[in-house]
Write a protein that binds this ligand. Structure first.
Ligand code: ZN
Length: 182
């Protein structure tokens, strides 16, 4: 978790961790959640809305069993390559905001700059419109998706935000989905 935190901070994301429910076993691969109907939803609703809007990435982390760990294949990209990509993405962002005082990363970009810096094509607009309707996202969540998509594109070394970067950013809004504790 420490590594993830360092990684998040290094590319300009902030992070916050929570249990999925009071007993901690909601969506656990082996153990059963003992929380009653409605409890999980009520529990998560405490962190919903404005707070969730302020969090860039929602990632559900389920426990990994010993067998899964033991059988793990080597990662497709090694840590050194990932670090290099992050460093490169930071450089791209520093260059992008060099005229602006106190802004070094996409996450710090003020709302008024988002439309210009995070321009998306017609297909991207259609995708994000669908996601907005399905997930009932707020204007702030919309801005977050565009900023995260910009960072995904930077990490891929792409000058444009492509549809896959946008899809990746939308994927990080797990907790906005109705299915989470539905
Ligand atoms: Zn539970």
């Amino acid at each position: 978790m420490q590594d993830l935190r360092v990684f998040c901070l290094s590319i300009g994301f902030d992070n916050y961790a929570t249990n999925p429910c009071p007993c901690g076993y909601h969506n656990h691969p082996e153990k059963d959640c003992v929380c009653g109907p409605g409890v999980v939803k009520r529990y998560l609703s405490r962190i919903s809305g404005p707070l969730l809007d302020r969090i860039d990435l929602h990632v559900e982390v389920t426990p990994v069993s010993f067998d899964e760990l033991a059988n793990q294949r080597p990662p497709s990209e090694n840590s050194k390559d990932i670090v290099n990509r992050v460093v490169r993405a930071r450089e791209i962002q520093a260059e992008r905001f060099k005229e602006l005082n106190g802004i070094y990363s996409n996450a710090q970009m003020p709302s008024r700059m988002v439309r210009e810096v995070c321009a998306i094509n017609q297909a991207g607009q259609t995708l994000i419109k669908k996601a907005m309707e399905k997930l009932q996202l707020s204007a702030r969540a919309y801005d977050r998706i565009l900023k995260v998509a910009r960072t995904c594109a930077d990490l891929a070394g792409s000058p444009e935000i492509k549809i896959e970067h946008l899809a990746e950013a939308i994927h990080f809004r797990t907790l906005d989905r109705e299915g989470w504790a539905g």
